[in-house]
Design a protein around this ligand. Structure first.
Ligand code: HPA
Length: 269
């Protein structure tokens, strides 16, 4: 992946000097439709991957939110779609090259913690990389960061605190938890979910972790919010479906939008 070339093309289309980037997860892309700003579709950038999954389109929107220049990515690239890890981490790397200091990830996730209810929003406090691979494997990109990047406080403690303050101010209850990432695309078995609970996972999903690893490698401060769209396999007696995931995101749209917008308005980069 020639990240520099991709970033140069995006700059030529009028997107540059961003403060932070936001990736909108499954069913959460509506936020990019609600903000005003310069829009570039992924298809306009030569060499950019194209999303394939229902609930994802594919565009970036640069918008001024409060004092911040925010670049929204609507539609992400998942490993299960067949993209390489180098493609999966295109957002944090482009964000870095466009000047971002902060990277906010959002996703849809299954709830493992028995205290969680579908519709809950969970501030990610740490992750478990259970994907069996790592986006930094291969020659190190020295322009982004070191060979062996530290992953302590991968999810920035100050940004997490701010997210809770915004939640408090807006009257939105927030959960906190550990996000476990699997490749998918099959959902997990009940036995796997039991194992992940023992390992310390509160929620499970198929994205985010590679991007966060690449973002931290590049020195970006990371914040993350999961929308708990369903109870994970075996936590609920019902079978899982992508339809349920999208139905829940539809229900939490309002709170999710308020929280993310409140955060973007307030955060000082
Ligand atoms: N498992 C994995 N990924 C998910 C889930 C789940 O239960 N819900 C939303 N994304």
């Amino acid at each position: 992946m020639d990240y520099i070339n991709l970033a140069e093309q995006i700059k030529r289309k009028g997107i540059d000097n961003i403060d932070l980037a936001v990736v909108l997860g499954s069913g959460l892309g509506f936020l990019a439709d609600e903000v005003d700003g310069k829009t570039v579709t992924y298809g306009e950038i030569k060499g950019f991957p194209k999303p394939t999954v229902e609930g994802h389109s594919g565009k970036m929107v640069l918008s001024k939110i409060g004092e911040n220049n925010v670049l929204f990515f609507q539609g992400r690239f998942h490993y299960y779609e067949g993209y390489s890890m180098k493609e999966v981490v295109v957002f944090p790397r482009i964000a870095k090259l466009l000047g971002a200091k902060t990277y906010l990830v959002t996703n849809a996730a299954g709830g493992i913690n028995p205290d969680f209810t579908p519709g809950d929003l969970m501030v990610i406090k740490d992750h478990l990389n259970l994907m069996g691979t790592n986006p930094l494997i291969g020659k190190n990109y020295d322009i982004f960061g070191p060979r062996f990047p530290d992953m302590t406080d991968a999810y920035n403690p100050e940004l997490r605190k701010l997210m809770f303050e915004i939640g408090d101010k807006l009257g939105i209850d927030l959960q906190s938890g550990v996000y476990a990432a699997l490749t998918g695309p099959s959902y997990e078995t009940p036995s796997e979910i039991k194992m992940f609970r023992i390992l310390g996972a509160d929620a499970v999903g198929m994205s985010t972790v590679p991007e966060v690893i690449a973002a931290r490698h590049a020195g970006l401060n990371v914040a993350g919010v999961s929308c708990i769209t369903n109870l994970a396999a075996g936590v609920s007696p019902n079978p899982l479906s992508h339809k349920e995931v999208l139905e829940t995101t539809e229900k939490v749209k309002y709170h999710f939008g308020k929280l993310i917008t409140g955060f973007l308005e307030t955060v000082v980069i």
